[in-house]
Design a protein around this ligand. Structure first.
Ligand SMILES: O=C(O)C(=O)C[C@H](O)[C@H](O)COP(=O)(O)O
Length: 212
C-alpha cells in the first residue's frame, strides 16, 4: 500500500493549525468539534490519551465539515481501533518501522512523527513528504526546522509540541512548515468548563494566521 501524501497535503492545506485534543468526556465531543469547525479549524487530532478517545473520534466524525484523525498512535492496536472508530488519518509521535508498516498496510493516511534529520530522511525514503516535527520546541524549534530545510527541502513539517499562540506565526512563516499543531486552542480546562465560545474565538484567531 502506498502512503497517501496527496490526502495529507490536502488536510494540511485546509487550515494553518491542527488542534490537538485531549477529551475526557464523550459528551464534549460534538460541541467541541462544532466550535472548532465554526472557528475555521476543520482538521482535528484526537489524542488516544483518554479512555473516551475512541468514542470521541466516532462522535466527532458525525460533525459536518470535521476531518477527524487520531493522535498518539503508538501500537498496531491503536491504528486498528482508531480506524474502526472512524478516524480518517493518523498522527504518530515517532516513527518506528513496524508502526509505519502497520499504518501503510491498513491504508491509514499518516502524519508520521520525526525529530531528527535521520528520522525525516527515513520517512522520505518511504514516500512521506509531510511530517509531524515533534516535540517541536524541545527538539530545537525554529532553528532546527531552518537547519533541516537546507538539505531536506522536499520535506514539509507540521511542528507540534510547545507551539503556542505566541510563536505559531513564526513557525508558519518558515517555507518548510505547512501547518502546525497544538493544544492551546482547546486545552482540557476550557473543554471541561464547556467554554465553547472561548474555544471558537481561539480557533478563529488561529485560522487567521498567515502562512509563509
Ligand atoms: O499525544 C500525542 O501523540 C501528541 O500528539 C502530542 C501532542 O502533539 C502534544 O502534546 C501537543 O503539544 P502541546 O501543544 O505543547 O500541548
Amino acid at each position: 500500500m502506498q502512503n497517501d501524501t496527496a490526502f495529507i497535503r490536502e488536510l494540511a492545506g485546509l487550515a494553518p493549525i491542527i488542534p490537538v485534543l485531549v477529551v475526557e468526556d464523550v459528551a464534549h465531543a460534538v460541541p467541541l468539534a462544532e466550535a472548532l469547525v465554526r472557528g475555521g479549524l476543520p482538521v482535528l487530532e484526537v489524542t488516544l490519551r483518554t479512555d473516551a478517545a475512541l468514542d470521541v473520534i466516532a462522535a466527532m466524525a458525525t460533525v459536518e465539515g470535521a476531518r477527524v484523525g487520531a493522535g498518539t498512535l503508538v501500537t498496531a492496536q491503536d491504528v486498528k481501533a482508531s480506524m474502526e472508530a472512524g478516524s480518517t488519518f493518523g498522527v504518530t509521535p515517532g516513527s518506528p518501522a513496524a508502526l509505519i508498516d502497520t499504518c501503510l498496510e491498513a491504508g491509514l493516511p499518516l502524519l508520521p512523527g520525526a525529530a531528527t534529520a535521520t528520522e525525516a530522511m527515513t520517512l522520505q525514503a518511504r514516500g512521506f513528504e509531510v511530517l509531524k516535527f515533534f516535540p517541536a520546541e524541545a527538539a530545537g524549534g525554529i532553528k532546527t526546522l531552518k537547519g533541516l530545510g537546507g538539505p531536506l527541502a522536499g520535506i514539509s513539517f507540521c511542528p507540534t509540541g510547545g507551539v503556542s499562540a505566541q510563536n505559531a506565526a513564526d513557525y508558519l512563516a518558515l517555507p518548510n512548515v505547512v501547518c502546525a499543531g497544538g493544544s492551546w486552542i482547546a486545552p482540557l480546562d476550557l473543554v471541561n468548563a464547556e467554554n465553547w465560545t472561548e474555544i471558537e474565538a481561539r480557533a478563529r484567531a488561529a485560522a487567521a494566521l498567515p502562512r509563509g
